[in-house]
Each structure stands twice: as structure tokens, then as C-alpha cells.
Design a protein around this ligand. Sequence first.
Ligand code: KG4
Ligand code: ZN
Length: 335
Amino acid sequence: MSQPIILAIESSCDDTSAAMIRGSQILSHTVASQEIHQKYGGVVPEWASRKHQVNIVPVVSMAIQQANIPQNQIDAIAFTRGPGLLGSLLVGVNFAKSFAMAHQIPLIEVNHMQAHILAHFISDANPTPPQFPFLCLTVSGGHTQIVKVKDYFEMEIIAETRDDAVGEAFDKIGKLLGLQYPAGPEIDRLAKIGNTNAFEFPLPKLQELAFSYSGIKTSVLYFLQKMEKENPKFIQENLYDLAASVQKTLVESLMVVLEKAVLQTSIQEVAIAGGVSANSALRQALIQKKEWNTYLPKFEYTTDNAAMIAMVGSLKFERKDFAPMSIDAQARLPI
Ligand code: KG4
Ligand code: ZN
């Protein structure tokens, strides 16, 4: 049988994205990012769903056009069921159901967190895909977890955050530094020029396999308040060094737990995924781990994207794992 062609849509947060895939080969991939949230310093759920509503048809049409495949050759439609913002997810779920009904094709539900990990199996993602079992550090604006991936759909979370996600920490500390949302990419850019050892912030000291960001965030806040009392231009005059020092602390906090997880599991096959996996210091830290086999996603597969949803769609199509028309969106969905 020839490889299935699948259309996929992702609308879990603030990016509307569509992709077409044949087997594991991406044929097209489009993303409409919502700039409106920058004004508010974070994602406004009501705005996000309204923008998805406007963007979904043009984004899907563009993906189909760019793949140059007639609509009647699409074998199934995959969509993000959760986790995510409910109003945003509903736009994608309902679009997918209508498309499946109109074209009489199967519907495939995708777990967003599994998709971030399984993006490593897209044919152009890695020279060779990770071998099972592997560990995946999934780091985004909503999640910070280490997942033991035993098989495509057999995953176990072995470490999680106790409070904020690391992407959230980048964004909140960035806000303290006067940067726009999302601040992660900007901190990464500024840090390239700064001195990573200029300022020191404490790392969390947790006994168990877990992450925590509230302590780092508070210590940066108190430090800035103290320094600004002495010099109101402190942030402005030290922005590069602040970005570099904060980034170093956040990346170190991830690496400490990841190293522990590798020791505990004896698994040296290690991937990273999610928006923060675009971070250059984190990528560098992974590259330096010569004794591990590391897998870094291509930049287009790090932040939210429908290519990863399409990859899961393809794997589920092979397994004839289809969703009923009564399927609902789920803001919380276990991996
Ligand atoms: O996976 P994602 O696109 O959306 C969620 O599911 O949350 O991740 C977005 C997060 C934001 O917090 C953003 O600041 C962060 O990823 N991010 C980065 C970088 N690029 C995106 N953080 C640090 N360095 C980057 N280069
Ligand atoms: Zn995500």
C-alpha cells in the first residue's frame, strides 16, 4: 500500500498551524503566529480562540495548496485534542470533524505533548531517529518534564515541575527585564553578547527528580529591586549580562535533573523537545554530552507546529487508531 497522506492541524495555544505529511515526510507546513498577545505580556485565551477562528481556513488552504495534493487524496485528518487552552482546541477539533465528515475520511486525535516528542521521527528531523527506550526533556511555556519513551505510544513521565514551566520562567523573568512576550527567544539573543558569570542566582536544591522555578524567579526579582534602588538604570546598563546569567541558571537547572535521570535510568539516548529546546545554551549543553546520544529538533519543530501533529497522525493511521465523531477537546490530557 502507498503511504498515507494526512492533513494535520494544531491550535492548542496561540499559533494556528497546518501541515501535510506522506508517511514521515512533511509535504507542507504553515504557521500563523498571533502577535496580539505581545501587547498583554502573555497569551489571552479569549483572543487566542478568536484568532484561530479567523486563521484556520487560510492556514489549512495554504498547507493543502503548498503540498500540491488534491483534497480527495487526503487519507485522514489529525488534530490536537489537548492539552491546551480549551477555546483554542475547540476551533481545531470542530474544523477537523467537519473536514472528516465532508470528505468521508477518518479522524485522528493527537496528544500535544506526545507530538512534541514524536516530532523526532519526521524524516528530516534527525539523520537517524532516537532508539527506544529514550529520555525526552520536554520544555515549553506550559510544561517541563522528562519522559521515558519506551515505544511510540508508551510513555512515562519521570520528572515534572513543582511550580512554573521553564518557558514560563524565561517569559516572567524577561518581563522583569522589560522584554516583550515571549521573552525566551529575546533572552537567548541578548545572552550571546553577555557574560554568563556576571551575576549568580541560586539553583533549586531538590532531593527528588523534579524541577522548580519559583525560587529562581523570586531571587531575580529581589536582586533587580535592590540594584535598581542603587541605580535606576541598572537593568538597561546590564541587560546582556543579566540575560546571559539568567539563561545560564535556567539551563543549568534543567541539565542537573536531566543528568540525574540519565544516571537513575542508565538510558543515554536523550532527546529534547518543545519551545525552549530552541534555546542555544541548552542545545550547546546537550552537544557537549559526548557520552550520550543526543537528539536536537530542527528549529521549525521546536515551538508549536502542525508537522509534529501530522507525524503522530501518520503513526496512528498505520495502527488504524481512529477517533469517533463524538470526540471532545481536553484542556488537560495525560501523556
Ligand atoms: O512549545 P511552545 O511553542 O508552546 C507551548 O506549548 O508552551 O513553547 C513556547 C515557550 C515560550 O515560553 C518561549 O519563551 C519559549 O518557548 N522559547 C524559548 C526560546 N524559543 C522559545 N525559550 C528560551 N530560548 C529560546 N530560544
Ligand atoms: Zn507545545
